[in-house]
Design a protein around this ligand. Structure first.
Ligand SMILES: *[C@@H]1O[C@H](CO)[C@@H](O)[C@H](O)[C@H]1NC(C)=O
Ligand SMILES: *[C@@H]1O[C@H](CO)[C@@H](O)[C@H](O)[C@H]1NC(C)=O
Ligand SMILES: *[C@@H]1O[C@H](CO)[C@@H](O)[C@H](O)[C@H]1NC(C)=O
Ligand SMILES: *[C@@H]1O[C@H](CO)[C@@H](O)[C@H](O)[C@H]1NC(C)=O
Ligand SMILES: *[C@@H]1O[C@H](CO)[C@@H](O)[C@H](O)[C@H]1NC(C)=O
Ligand SMILES: *[C@@H]1O[C@H](CO)[C@@H](O)[C@H](O)[C@H]1NC(C)=O
Ligand SMILES: *[C@@H]1O[C@H](CO)[C@@H](O)[C@H](O)[C@H]1NC(C)=O
Ligand SMILES: *[C@@H]1O[C@H](CO)[C@@H](O)[C@H](O)[C@H]1NC(C)=O
Ligand SMILES: *[C@@H]1O[C@H](CO)[C@@H](O)[C@H](O)[C@H]1NC(C)=O
Ligand SMILES: *[C@@H]1O[C@H](CO)[C@@H](O)[C@H](O)[C@H]1NC(C)=O
Ligand SMILES: *[C@@H]1O[C@H](CO)[C@@H](O)[C@H](O)[C@H]1NC(C)=O
Ligand SMILES: *[C@@H]1O[C@H](CO)[C@@H](O)[C@H](O)[C@H]1NC(C)=O
Length: 727
């Protein structure tokens, strides 16, 4: 949200400056109007949190003071000769409270200009009395928590040039189909119409004023055939019709839109080819046709003014047109989820202003252009799910700004390029599902901001060497190495460094995504195995905390240090050659949702303490050498047989094998004391990693030794654990 605010601040800066301006006019303000304004002021409290969007807040009404002329109050402007209040500019004023229809505002009958946007009128209805302010040329009630039906009386305001009543709540505001028609018919002077998120649910937009420069009707439930008339509005600069149910093609001749700068028709059901006349519009900067059903090839771009081209999620085909790569000002290029084919021309590196390049999910082949790593402005690079082959043969510039690199799902061979270490801002690296053949690139730990690393489904091999360097991988939250050929012990020293996993992040409330502050709705998807399924996360939540080392050749023991990674939500170590026992320290993973240790050689009992993991939704311990009684209570009462199958020594619910009557009776203290001495050497050995101790325990665990023994082991592991913590 912080970044959204910042972006908004810069976008709105000119307007904020305008707000700060206050006229120093002679004392002319009529007393009754000053009084009406003060009454209006007192209807509301000032809450700096009234709107999420306002930075800085401009609490104009605080300056309203009887002892001064009202024409000098912030946000109030008077007619020069008569002193009548004609403008009220209370954008982002922090006003909070109900806006009643008896509001004294309606006494200011000479008002021409009202801007009450970005306040919080707490679900108030829009009063029909706005329709009586017949001098109004400018009415802005946007994003101020008005709800309900927009009164038809608004269409009486025939002098209106600007009407803005947008919302951000799809269920907030409605405009009757009839009122909409009236509005379009009667407001013949309209220049700007903004009804984003107002439920209009009309089929046929009718007459639009030919003066229109801005038309914003996104998320308005408009449906039916595309309103052709819109494409003959020669003054139009901004056209936003996204997220409706418009159908049909775009008319073939749109050459009339000589002034069009912003065109957003995304998320409709438009089809047919994209008419070539669009690519010649002389002023077009922003072009978003994503999430429709456009097909065919795209034509040569003749206009050289483009900043944004977003054609994601259509059925476009053919090569990426060369003319697109001549757009010197292009900052955002998103062509993902189409059928584009052919190679990525190295001319793409001529796009010096490019910040976001997303060509994912197409049929592109050939190699990655060698010059790609030299594109100094690119911060998101997504070439995932294509047929790219060869090595990742590029050298990443020392000055690059890359934040996200996604090359998932290609046919890339060779090694991880060493120059990746130059990507000092990198947060997301997905090289999964390729044919890379390398050892673990532990040097990636030197990237200070790396949060998500996926090397899944490649031919990585060998042990994961100790990287004792402090701060290595300190920010990592998701590490996915599944389906490779890694071997040796689990990387304890790596786990020790995972500082970000040692914190429990809030899940539901922190709604921060890695790429959230990027325009064009870029969504960096990530395939993760969580809750037993391969899922595609459409946008990667910063609070996702996952370790997946499954389907490798890891061996040795599960280190208890995993219990320190208390932020973990998914832990998958399945399909390896792990042995030893399940460390009781895992009970510290209090937000763990999915635990998969299946298909290893793990023995011992399931630690009873795991019953305290109240978020655990998926547990798979199948195909190990576990013994003893399955813990009872909480989540453990919900798991089924399949969580445990292939462990001959397990008993208790949900298995049919009973644990026997005397199970669970506490051991006699003296007996325990005796055992303590007897087994201490071995168990201390376990704690210190002595090979002899381990192998004895391993033999004991992997054969059918008595249940009491494994309970002892668990107990001792816990004891050693707590003792080691204490000192
Ligand atoms: C505004 O929000 C902040 C942070 O969420 C909170 O601490 C503060 O109490 C809020 N202020 C009001 C007046 O609601
Ligand atoms: C109004 O202005 C006068 C003089 O400038 C000042 O003394 C007084 O405190 C102000 N009142 C309010 C409510 O701000
Ligand atoms: C305006 O109406 C509201 C509710 O309809 C009422 O609570 C309030 O007292 C009224 N204010 C005035 C000044 O009449
Ligand atoms: C249309 O505008 C005219 C003024 O131009 C006004 O008199 C009339 O009431 C308006 N009609 C409707 C239905 O709002
Ligand atoms: C929009 O309005 C129509 C008709 O008034 C209604 O059927 C529909 O549910 C509304 N949609 C939303 C998102 O409120
Ligand atoms: C649209 O406007 C034109 C000219 O202003 C007028 O002739 C026509 O009847 C209007 N159509 C509708 C449906 O209002
Ligand atoms: C397209 O429309 C423009 C005016 O909107 C017109 O001047 C031009 O001749 C038309 N072109 C074609 C090929 O019909
Ligand atoms: C695509 O557009 C349809 C129709 O407007 C909408 O329902 C859907 O949510 C959109 N999908 C995305 C990913 O925006
Ligand atoms: C566009 O969609 C309509 C149905 O909405 C269909 O009848 C028409 O054939 C489609 N046209 C193309 C070119 O796909
Ligand atoms: C790329 O795909 C095209 C067909 O789309 C094929 O003709 C061409 O040989 C392929 N090139 C490479 C390098 O695989
Ligand atoms: C990498 O690309 C450069 C420049 O295109 C080329 O000369 C070199 O042979 C390539 N190396 C590999 C291993 O493909
Ligand atoms: C990986 O590369 C090495 C040589 O660097 C080669 O010996 C080995 O066969 C390759 N492994 C696979 C699975 O391709």
């Amino acid at each position: 949200m912080g970044c959204v605010k910042l972006v908004l601040f810069f976008m709105l800066y000119p307007f904020l400056c305008q707000l700060a301006f206050s006229s120093s006019l002679p004392h002319l303000c009529p007393e009754d109007q000053a009084l009406a304004l003060l009454q209006f002021k007192h209807m509301f409290t000032i809450n700096p949190n009234a709107s999420d969007y306002c930075i800085p807040l401009n609490p104009s009404t605080l300056s309203w003071n009887k002892s001064k002329d009202c024409c000098s109050w912030d946000g109030v402007h008077c007619e020069k000769t008569t002193g009548q209040v004609i403008e009220l500019d209370l954008y982002c004023s922090g006003l909070q409270g109900k806006f009643h229809s008896n509001s004294s505002l309606f006494q200011l009958s000479n008002l021409r200009w009202i801007d009450l946007s970005y306040n919080d009128f707490s679900g108030s209805l829009i009063s029909t009395k706005f329709g009586e302010l017949s001098s109004l040329t400018h009415l802005d009630l946007s994003l101020s928590s008005f709800t309900g039906l927009i009164p038809a009386e608004i269409s009486h305001l025939s002098k209106l040039q600007v009407l803005s009543i947008s919302s951000d709540d799809p269920y907030g505001l409605r405009l009757g189909s009839y009122s909409y028609e009236l509005l379009l018919k009667n407001l013949t002077q309209l220049r700007e119409l903004d009804l984003d998120f107002v439920n209009i649910s009309s089929t046929n937009p009718l007459n639009f004023s030919s003066y229109l420069t801005t038309l914003r009707l996104s998320h308005t439930q408009l449906r039916g055939v595309f309103p052709e008339r819109v494409f003959h509005l020669s003054n139009l600069q901004y056209l936003y019709l996204s997220s409706n149910s418009l159908t049909g093609p775009i008319p073939s001749n749109v050459s009339g839109l000589q002034n069009l700068q912003y065109l957003d028709l995304s998320s409709n059901y438009l089809n047919g080819t994209i008419p070539s006349s669009i690519f010649s519009l002389p002023s077009l900067k922003y072009f978003d046709l994503s999430n429709n059903s456009f097909s065919g090839k795209i034509h040569q771009f003749k206009s050289k003014t483009l900043f944004y081209v977003i054609l994601k999620k259509n059925q476009l085909q053919g090569p990426i047109p060369k003319s697109l790569l001549d757009q010197q000002d292009l900052q955002i290029l998103i062509l993902s989820q189409n059928n584009f084919s052919g190679q990525i021309a190295s001319a793409i590196c001529n796009l010096k202003a490019l910040m976001l390049l997303d060509l994912g999910r197409n049929h592109l082949n050939g190699t990655i252009p060698h010059c790609l790593g030299e594109m100094s402005m690119v911060s998101i690079l997504d070439l995932s799910n294509n047929y790219l082959s060869g090595t990742i043969n590029t050298t990443f510039n020392a000055e690059n700004l890359l934040l996200i690199i996604n090359l998932y799902g290609n046919k890339l061979k060779g090694k991880v390029p060493a120059s990746l270490i130059n990507c000092r801002y990198l947060e997301f690296l997905d090289l999964g599902n390729n044919e890379l053949n390398d050892t673990f690139p532990s040097w990636l730990g030197g990237l200070p901001g790396l949060k998500i690393l996926s090397l899944r489904s490649n031919k990585f091999h060998g042990p994961i060497s100790d990287s004792r360097t402090n701060n290595s991988f300190a920010q990592i939250r998701v590490i996915d190495l599944t389906s490779n050929r890694f071997s040796g012990n689990l990387p304890v020293s790596l786990f020790e460094n995972f500082q970000a996993m040692k914190i429990i992040g809030e899940k539901s409330r922190t709604r921060e995504y890695v790429a959230d502050y990027y325009p064009g709705n870029y969504a960096n998807t990530l395939i993760v195995t969580t809750k037993g399924l391969d899922l595609e996360l459409p946008r990667v939540l910063n609070t996702e905390v996952i370790i997946n080392l499954s389907r490798n050749r890891f061996e040795g023991y599960l280190p208890s240090i995993i219990g320190d990674l208390v932020g973990l939500r998914t832990l998958n170590l399945s399909h390896n050659g792990l042995e030893g026992i399940i460390p009781a320290s895992l009970h510290q993973l209090s937000v763990l949702e999915s635990l998969d240790l299946s298909s290893n050689k793990i023995g011992g009992e399931i630690p009873q303490q795991l019953a305290s993991l109240t978020f655990l939704a998926v547990l798979n311990l199948s195909h190990n050498h576990l013994v003893g009684c399955i813990p009872r209570g909480k989540q453990f009462d919900t798991f089924e047989n399949s969580s445990y199958q292939g462990n001959d020594g397990l008993c208790g619910f949900p298995l049919s094998k009973d644990c026997g009557g005397d199970y669970g009776v506490p051991l006699d203290d003296e007996e325990e004391e005796g055992d303590l001495i007897c087994w201490q050497a071995i168990l201390m050995g376990f704690g210190c990693g002595l090979v002899i101790g381990l192998s004895i325990i391993y033999i004991m665990l992997s054969t059918h030794y008595p249940v009491w023994f494994s309970r002892m082991v668990v107990k001792f592991e816990h004891k050693i654990d707590t003792r080691m913590k204490r000192y």
